[in-house]
Design a protein around this ligand. Structure first.
Ligand SMILES: [Fe+2]
Length: 165
């Protein structure tokens, strides 16, 4: 993969992580249970760390990383499940925490899909290792949410090693 394509792909991943940070912050506004809050805060911090690492990698390869807008005006990534306050308000049969987690399940599932693709990129080992570590975090996020909701655990088989390159 040439540098231009790499930067483009890393930036697309970065944008998904910016969306994840925003999604976490929206959810934290609705979540009241302390243990769940603490855990979602951890997911938030992981996503923010991914934003920082991916931004650094993009700069190191001569690119300009997408910056997180100061005000949230919608997700950057197509297919990202919008978590809106209105959306939560319409869910009256479950607690706010469950409604928030329900909405977040889709976003974490998307993050896993995005990273499952990323770990198959033909990139140098340093970048590949970062992508694998991030993918590992995303899988943990999804498993936690699905366990907490007592949903079926549905993560893709993990292929941490490059098949091509
Ligand atoms: Fe995540």
């Amino acid at each position: 993969m040439d540098t231009k394509e790499l930067v483009k792909k890393l930036d697309s991943l970065l944008r998904a992580n910016i969306d994840a940070v925003n999604s976490d912050e929206q959810a934290l506004k609705r979540i009241d249970l302390p243990d769940v809050r603490a855990r979602i805060q951890r997911h938030h911090d992981d996503h923010q760390r991914h934003v920082d690492t991916l931004s650094r990698l993009i700069r190191e390869h001569g690119g300009e990383p997408t910056l997180r807008p100061r005000r949230f005006r919608g997700f950057l990534t197509r297919g990202f499940t919008m978590i809106t306050i209105q959306g939560f308000a319409s869910v009256r049969s479950t607690s706010e925490t469950e409604a928030a987690l329900d909405a977040m399940e889709g976003n974490e599932r998307l993050m896993c899909r995005v990273y499952a693709d990323a770990v198959s990129w033909e990139v140098d080992e340093t970048i590949h290792d970062v992508l694998c570590a991030n993918y590992h975090d995303e899988r943990e996020h999804l498993v936690y949410i699905q366990r907490r909701l007592e949903h079926k655990i549905e993560i893709d088989p993990y292929h941490p090693h490059r098949t091509g390159a």
